[in-house]
Structure formats: C-alpha cells, structure tokens
Design a protein around this ligand. Structure first.
Ligand code: NAI
Ligand code: OOG
Length: 356
C-alpha cells in the first residue's frame, strides 16, 4: 500500500503556542514508517503578534491555505490584548466559525495506573452560544449597559449531540474489543442551565435529547445535569462521567476545570472538528507567566496531534502517540514543572519520541 501524504497547517500563535507546536510537528515526523504516513507542513500566522504586525489577527491567507491546501492543522494558542483594542477579535473563535468546525472534542483522562482514574470526553458546541460575540454597550438611565446575545440553534445542538453519541458508541466499541476501562456502559450527560434559561438552554436540552434518542444510540445511556451541579459532581466523582455534551461556554469552562482533575492544563488536548477537517489544539492558552522559559508542557499538544490523526481516520498512528505519552507519564521521571518535575519542554519531547 502506498503511503498517504497529509499536508498539515501549523499555526503556533503567541506565547507558549510557539514552544509547543514544534513538538506536534516532530512527533508526526517521527512516526514509524509502518504507519505509511508522510507529512508536509505549511507555517501559518494568527494571533495578537500577527494583529500588531498586519492589522489582522486571522489573515485571510491562513484561512484560504487551510481550506485549499491542508488535510488538517495544529493550532497553538493566542494571547488577547490586556486592554480593549479596536479591530482585534479572537482568531481561534473566528477560525472555528469560518471553517465550520462545529465540535470541540476534549478528552480528559489520567493514565491507567492512576490512583483516582478519570476517563471522560467533553464534547463542546463550537460555533454559537455566547461565542457569536454579538455584544453592544449603550447608555441606560443608571449608567452603561452591556448586552450579549446567547444564540442556540436546533441544527448546531442536534449536530453536537450526535457527535457526543457517536463518540460514546466508538468508546464502547474500543472497550468491547478488550481495552481496559473504568466504564462499563456508554453514557452521555447533557449539560445545560435550562432551569433558568428555559428558551436557549431549553432548546439545547430538548434537541440533544431528540438527537440521542435515535436508534444508533439505543445502547447509550443518556442523563442530564444542570451545569452548576455538574461542576460539583464532576469534582466529587469524576469517574462517573464518560461523555459530556455542552453548549459552547459551559463546555469551555468545564474542560479547564476537568484539567485540574488530571494534574495540569498542559495535559489536555482538543480537536476542533468539522465535516472532513480537524484542527488539533491544546486546551490551554498562551500562558504568559511561563512564556520563553522553555518549560511549557508539550503533552497537550502531542495528544492534540494524535486527536487530529484520529479524526483523519489514522487511529493506529494516534494510538502510538497516546501510548508513548502515557509511558512517559507512567514512569514519571521526566516531567515539566506544572507536573511537579523540573524537565524542559524539549527533554519531555525527546523522551516521548524515544518511546514511539
Ligand atoms: N485557545 C486559545 O488560544 C486560548 C487563549 N487564551 C489566552 O491565553 C492568555 C493567557 O490566559 P490564561 O487565562 O492565563 O490561561 P492559560 O491557559 O494560558 O494559563 C493558565 C495557567 O495554566 C498554566 N499552563 C497553561 N498551559 C500550560 C502548559 N502547556 N504547560 C504548563 N503550564 C501551563 C499557565 O502557566 C497558567 O498558570 C490570554 O490572553 C487568553 O486570552 C486562553 C485560553 C485559550
Ligand atoms: O483568547 C482567545 O483568543 C480565545 C480563548 C478561547 C477559549 O478559551 C476557547 O474558547 O477555547
């Protein structure tokens, strides 16, 4: 069989994004020949630095190259301006919309040998909710008033719930094939706040229920959890959760919170997924507090690279990356400071590459 050639867009962005995205490239280049994958790369700009230099945080060239030339991409992180800056708007939020990457998939898990194992996936709607960013400020009788639109559509809610159902089914298939797991049965927990937001979150809840009632998910248990008590329960008993589906903002907040359960934000990957295209992106931001020190944890990016490969149907190559990362974590000798170690980013990458 001839090798499959994949062209990958690399968008490091700002801060530690520039320190961790090279790790994603290196692990793809280091994949053994037996996977029959070849990669070519194109460097692309986005972020606050790009905005300062060009006046655009997300240049059209970046979007066009991704659309016309790439099979997938890796995005690092971007910094946002500390004061309101005319014309600046988050490039990653814009990219998700412009490429119709409707799902943000965030697996959060410990290694199998952990004392308090966690193995869950947060499936977050990625294009709407408060992230439509339709805000306005005006003068009211008591001073300024600021308002934002929270838009929930039936279509996006249906699609994201289907993605959650599909992931639950896929995870069960892996378990059925003998993979060790803390879960016995596929479960999707629909998270919302429809007790207060009866129309917006109410529509999300109702539509997600409808989507998950389809025959394809007949073996998937579906539960609901209001988002505030979800946080409580998630922190009390994280091993109870398998797949969590949520509107955009709740999904974002839950996934950073869940990262605390597994030791570091520097471990948690994500993929922005659309029809036939995925961008791997670590869940963390540009971490200005550690920028330039060479100590950013590269594991979230390495796992995001694997996740991108999974959505390109290259599951065996993805599994090899996950296994190499897990071996590093299980041995626990070469860890970055966020994990209690003193290793540099590059030392962790080297160690993981050796284990591939
Ligand atoms: N997708 C994106 O591009 C995102 C961008 N941001 C932006 O990032 C900037 C900083 O935001 P913060 O709220 O500080 O969140 P952050 O995620 O950058 O950092 C939070 C904390 O986690 C630590 N951390 C994050 N990633 C790490 C890694 N790989 N290794 C070791 N430690 C790590 C940081 O040092 C910091 O203490 C802001 O300008 C924000 O707008 C924030 C979240 C997502
Ligand atoms: O800072 C930015 O530009 C966007 C941060 C977005 C974010 O946290 C997420 O939605 O994953």
């Amino acid at each position: 069989m001839a090798a499959r050639t994949l062209r990958i867009g690399l968008i490091p962005g700002d801060g530690i994004g520039r320190e961790v995205i090279p790790a994603g490239r290196r692990i793809l280049e280091a994949l053994p020949a037996s996977f029959k994958l070849k990669f070519s790369f194109v460097d692309l700009d986005a972020g606050f630095e790009t905005f300062k230099q060009t006046g655009a945080a997300l240049p059209d060239k970046t979007v066009d190259t991704l659309k016309n030339e790439c099979d997938g991409a890796l995005f690092g992180a971007v910094s946002s301006p500390s004061v309101k800056t005319e014309g600046y708007s988050s490039p990653i939020v814009a990219l998700r919309k412009r490429l119709a990457l409707y799902a943000n998939v965030r697996p959060v898990r410990t290694v199998a040998t952990a004392k308090s194992p966690v193995d869950l996936v947060i499936v977050r709607e990625n294009t709407e909710d408060l992230y439509v960013k339709e805000e306005k400020t005006y003068d009211g009788p008591d001073g300024k008033v600021a308002e934002a639109i929270k838009r929930i559509t039936e279509k996006a809610s249906f699609n994201i719930a289907q993605m959650a159902g599909d992931i639950a089914v896929r995870r069960q298939r892996v378990r059925d094939s003998g993979a060790p797991s803390i879960h016995k049965q596929p479960l999707v927990t629909v998270t919302h706040k429809s007790n207060v937001l009866s129309q917006t979150d109410g529509l999300f809840r109702e539509t997600a229920r409808k989507a998950l009632a389809q025959d394809a998910y007949k073996n998937v248990k579906v539960e609901e959890q209001i988002v505030d008590s979800m946080v409580y329960k998630l922190f009390r008993q994280p091993s109870d959760y398998d797949v969590i589906v949520a509107p955009n903002l709740y999904g974002d907040i839950l996934s950073d919170g869940a990262a605390a359960l597994v030791g570091s934000l520097g471990l948690v990957p994500s993929a922005n997924v659309g029809k036939g295209f995925a961008i791997g992106e670590p869940c963390h931001g540009s971490a200005p507090d550690i920028e330039g020190k060479g100590i950013a944890n590269p594991i979230a990016t390495l796992r995001s690279t694997a996740l991108m490969l999974e959505f390109m149907n290259e599951e065996a190559a993805a599994a090899a990356i996950y296994a190499a990362v897990d071996a590093n974590l299980e041995e626990g000798k070469l860890l970055t400071p966020d994990m209690g170690g003193s290793a540099k980013t590059d030392e962790v990458v080297e160690d993981i590459l050796k284990r591939l």
